[in-house]
Ligand binder design. Structure first.
Ligand code: UDP
Ligand code: MG
Length: 142
């Protein structure tokens, strides 16, 4: 019989404000049944952020979001596991950290709707595109 849930990959980014709690965040990720397949610590730049947040560049808060994401190094991670996309989103909690329950990453380590410690792909297609964007620059993007 076919497995009900397939092994998936998803992209997580521990944002600059999450770095000081990175060990605890990674521990939560493993406890949720996901593993880190690949990781890289680096600074992002304006260009890749404009692509990554292309759905938000015309929002009034975009300049604040950009300077936040450029304020320090991030940890880019490819996570792997059953139902990884949804599992990570659940573990993160909602965008607004003040509304995120305790026990979620944003509930524990985020501050507000901007400074929310972590990014996670929101669908299987976004995960493929984002993994390609951050880890495989030279390949054609979907
Ligand atoms: N964000 C913000 N103000 C808002 C909404 C979003 O600063 O009103 C930031 C926040 O850091 C969020 C990111 O923009 O994580 C991307 O927004 P999105 O709606 O995609 O939320 P996410 O998928 O990260 O929960
Ligand atoms: Mg999003």
């Amino acid at each position: 019989m076919k497995e009900m849930q397939e092994i998936q990959e998803t992209l997580a980014i521990i944002k600059p404000d999450g770095i000081k709690n990175a060990i605890k965040i990674i521990e939560m990720i493993y406890k949720a049944g996901l593993t880190v397949k690949k990781y890289e610590v680096r600074m992002l730049d304006e260009e890749i952020l404009k692509e990554h947040y292309s759905h938000l560049t015309d929002k009034p808060f975009y300049p604040k979001l950009e300077s936040y994401m450029l304020s320090g190094e991030v940890i880019l991670m490819i996570l792997e596991g059953k139902n990884a996309v949804e599992k990570l989103r659940e573990l993160m909690g909602p965008t607004d950290s003040t509304k995120a329950p305790k026990g979620t990453i944003r509930g524990e380590f985020g501050t507000d709707i901007t400074y929310n410690a972590i990014h996670g792909s929101d669908s299987e297609l976004s995960a493929i595109n984002e993994i390609n964007r951050f880890f495989n620059k030279k390949q054609k993007r979907i």
